[in-house]
Design a protein around this ligand. Structure first.
Ligand SMILES: CC(=O)N[C@H]1[C@@H](OP(=O)(O)OP(=O)(O)OC[C@H]2O[C@@H](n3ccc(=O)[nH]c3=O)[C@H](O)[C@@H]2O)O[C@H](CO)[C@@H](O)[C@@H]1O
Length: 362
């Protein structure tokens, strides 16, 4: 069996695809994979790190307003479809899986038009533009939130959850803690701003950085690769603390997530699937810069059930963030209630469900 996977731009589209690849490999050691992404997105680096063959096409997103750039995007899309057809033919693909992001548009479309079975995976409660476009061409659509169902044809749509959830359960949190040098028996909070980092979250952490040394917990703070140098320069001006660990990016995220007690993050759908699969409490700061404010809707699904606290970016400050972390982490009753609510939302067998769906069409 030869499987093409495509999806990217950000980690939220890439990691679910990689988790599905792992699940397929677990069931069939002899399957061959080809990943099609762009050179510019995070996918090239992440996918090649996993030793999966990678090919690229060029694509950009549509602007919502009338713009000359959209004509260029249509040209790139058509070129991308041609290139994808060539890749699919050369590779002799038996099935094509798209996990969202602009790049999977031309790839999955080319596959459907070449009569190759196709599945797309939608991580968000409010679907992205690419998956909405692909919906009528593909064989199956896997969703993670019931709210997404109404956007897709009923007969092809199945709730599977996000396969990345399956990758974080059952992993050894002690390994994650050891990789960061966390002290045994101390509580810890992991702060990150999605796969690329988020400047407003970085600013808030820099504001609270001086009080971390007095806390009875440790802070792991991930800046995002592009923000790292600047944050380190700012952080270097203040007193150092061995209760604060700063990283540009974490590659062993499943182990780290399994080893910490509280998450502060954006509300990207893949992060939420990981958090709920592990039953972790969280403080969510939805990005207001995403299509149709979909992160706020993702976050609401958790906060409505008591699994998370939502802190809107307009209300974010170092002081507010610090207060909320203290409220949860230093109050075991709060912590336990949130953990329980979070666990109830998780779909830890999502990878198996998605694998089963893929098998149905092959
Ligand atoms: C700005 C933007 O468009 N964001 C979208 C993007 O977010 P983004 O890529 O930030 O997505 P998520 O928060 O959903 O997922 C991030 C992924 O990266 C991993 N990770 C993160 C940091 C790190 O240091 N190491 C690491 O491995 C996380 O564990 C997770 O698996 O895709 C999501 C899923 O479609 C959407 O819901 C988000 O709205």
């Amino acid at each position: 069996m030869r499987i093409v996977v495509s999806g990217g731009g950000t980690g939220g589209h890439i990691y679910p695809a990689l988790a599905l690849i792992k699940e397929i490999k677990r069931n069939h050691a002899d399957v061959e994979f080809l990943y099609i992404g762009t050179e510019k997105g995070l996918e090239k680096k992440i996918v090649e790190r996993e030793g999966i063959p990678f090919k690229s096409i060029e694509i950009t997103g549509f602007k919502r307003s009338l713009s000359f750039e959209n004509i260029k995007t249509i040209m790139r899309f058509l070129k991308g479809v041609n290139k994808s057809r060539r890749y699919l033919k050369e590779f002799k693909a038996d099935v094509v899986i798209g996990s969202g992001g602009f790049v999977c548009g031309p790839v999955v479309y080319a596959a459907a038009k070449s009569n190759i079975p196709t599945v797309i995976h939608e991580q968000n409660s409010l679907p992205g533009i690419t998956n909405k476009f692909l919906a009528r061409y593909v064989d199956k659509i896997a969703i993670c939130f019931e709210e997404a169902r109404s956007f897709f044809p009923e007969n092809k749509t199945v709730l599977t959850g996000n396969p990345r959830a399956s990758e974080v359960v059952g992993v050894d949190g002690a390994k994650g803690r050891a990789s960061l040098g966390l002290k045994p028996g101390k509580k810890s909070v992991l702060i990150f701003g999605g796969s690329r980092g988020a400047k407003p979250i970085n600013d808030a952490v820099l504001e609270m950085i001086n009080s971390i040394d007095q806390k009875d917990y440790e802070v792991i703070y991930v800046t995002g690769e592009v923000h790292y140098e600047k944050v380190m320069m700012e952080a270097g001006k203040t007193r150092k603390s061995d209760k604060l660990i700063i990283k540009p990016f974490i590659h062993n995220m499943p182990e780290v997530l399994a080893g910490v007690d509280l998450i502060v993050s954006r509300a990207g759908a893949t992060s939420l699937a990981e958090i709920t699969a592990l039953g972790l409490p969280s403080i969510l700061i939805p990005s207001p810069y995403v299509t149709a404010n979909h992160q706020e809707k993702n976050a609401k699904a958790l906060s409505d059930s008591g699994a998370a606290l939502v802190l809107l970016e307009k209300d974010l400050s170092g002081k507010r963030l610090e207060e909320k972390i203290d409220d949860i982490l230093l109050n075991s009753e709060n912590l336990n209630k949130m953990k329980k609510a979070s666990k109830e939302l998780g779909i830890p067998d999502a990878a198996q469900r998605l694998y089963k769906l893929m098998k149905e069409i092959v």
